[in-house]
Design a protein around this ligand. Structure first.
Ligand SMILES: Nc1nc2c(ncn2[C@@H]2O[C@H](COP(=O)(O)OP(=O)(O)OP(=O)(O)O)[C@@H](O)[C@H]2O)c(=O)[nH]1
Ligand SMILES: [Mg+2]
Ligand SMILES: [Zn+2]
Length: 336
């Protein structure tokens, strides 16, 4: 049988081939597939012989099993009554957050991604705390991380320079940053190359209205994803994209569009918080006392950095908040 769908173009490689042989129950009686859309609990899976709506079997809800998410590779059984996902292959990377509300549930935003693009628009008020959270979750996924600043056509070159240096000094001098405009095409070619080279899977992460779906359409060269009607402010609470979708970019690469998220609560990411705030971690090591609370102790390197302006009070506050949150969460998880 000649496969109808080229699974390599969907990201299948030797890693998955090996896992399919070693980690899947009776691989010959099923097909491997990739979950490419999820909307209100309904899944679509692309597999060698077609594209099917597929339901996960109940067993996948059990502890130690994985519930499918967009980007997952699954074992799919095709029956006359419909397709079933019977197993989710172990994830290579995973972008996740704590589900909204009081629960301890974790929501998988995208699985098996190679790069997370944190997307924010240049014309909106910069919410640095929120971005910091997005970065921590993005780094924690195990994928590479880039920042996209959209709607460059709405601001002046001076504004962009000012914001760029602010982003760099806040997040990292090495941060991979792209400015884009889907209005005049700025930055789209460079983004396209990054999303195509090596056939990676990328995901856009950002709040509603920043222009994620517009970028997806620009990368695909077609208006496939619905976007908000033209208006220039990032309207709060208006969610145009409702499901998560993986789409193939002509020429290689897969891009996952996601609904805008407002709240991103962190999962178990203590180490990632440290990584994202290496400057502060390095300072802490220089404090005179190892149990320094960084409030009024003598020889406190944090206080010294605040006084000299090398560290902003804002950044310290973000760090303390995120760290406390991650630690509290780690404790809760251990207790279970
Ligand atoms: N001026 C300008 N407007 C843009 C640009 N990119 C997107 N927009 C506009 O911003 C609005 C929101 O764009 P979308 O692509 O729907 O935003 P989104 O991030 O997908 O939003 P959700 O699906 O709700 O999460 C639309 O009106 C777009 O036309 C840009 O580069 N320049
Ligand atoms: Mg959208
Ligand atoms: Zn100190």
């Amino acid at each position: 049988m000649i496969p109808k769908n080229d699974m390599k173009a969907w990201g299948w490689d030797k890693h998955w081939d090996d896992l399919w042989q070693s980690a899947v129950d009776s691989p010959t009686s099923a097909e491997p597939g990739r979950v490419i859309s999820e909307s209100r609990g309904a899944f679509e899976v692309v597999h060698p012989s077609g594209l099917s709506r597929a339901t996960p079997i109940g067993r996948l809800r059990k502890k130690g099993q994985l519930w499918p998410a967009v980007g997952d590779w699954v074992r799919i059984e095709l029956h006359s009554g419909g397709a079933q996902m019977t197993q989710v292959l172990p994830r290579r990377t995973c972008l996740q957050r704590k589900a909204a509300g009081e629960t301890e549930d974790i929501q998988i935003l995208a699985a098996n991604i190679d790069r997370v693009f944190v997307v924010t628009s240049l014309n909106s008020d910069l919410n640095v705390r929120r971005l910091e959270r997005f970065f921590v979750a993005a780094r924690d996924s195990g994928a590479a991380v880039s920042l996209i600043l959209t709607k460059a056509d709405l601001v002046t070159a001076d504004d962009i320079q000012r914001l760029l240096s602010e982003f760099r000094s806040r997040f990292s001098e090495e941060l991979d940053v792209h400015q884009t405009s889907t209005q005049n095409g700025l930055g789209i070619e460079a983004l396209l190359r990054l999303c195509q080279t090596g056939n990676p899977t990328s995901v856009f992460l950002g709040t509603s209205g920043v222009g994620k779906s517009s970028l997806v359409n620009a990368l695909l060269g077609q208006n496939i994803q619905l976007t908000a009607t033209i208006r220039n402010d990032d309207d709060k609470g208006r969610h145009t994209t409702t499901g998560r979708n993986a789409l193939q970019i002509p020429g290689g690469g897969i891009i996952i569009d996601t609904p805008g998220i407002r709240e991103l609560q962190l999962t178990d990411v203590t180490e990632t918080v440290d990584e994202a705030f290496q400057d502060i971690e390095a300072l802490v090591l220089q404090c005179k006392f190892t149990n320094c609370t960084h409030e009024k102790e003598k020889g406190c390197a944090i206080q010294a950095a605040l006084a000299s302006g090398a560290l902003s009070a804002d950044r310290l506050l973000s760090y303390q908040k995120l760290k406390a949150e991650a630690e509290a969460r780690a404790k809760r998880t251990k207790r279970r």
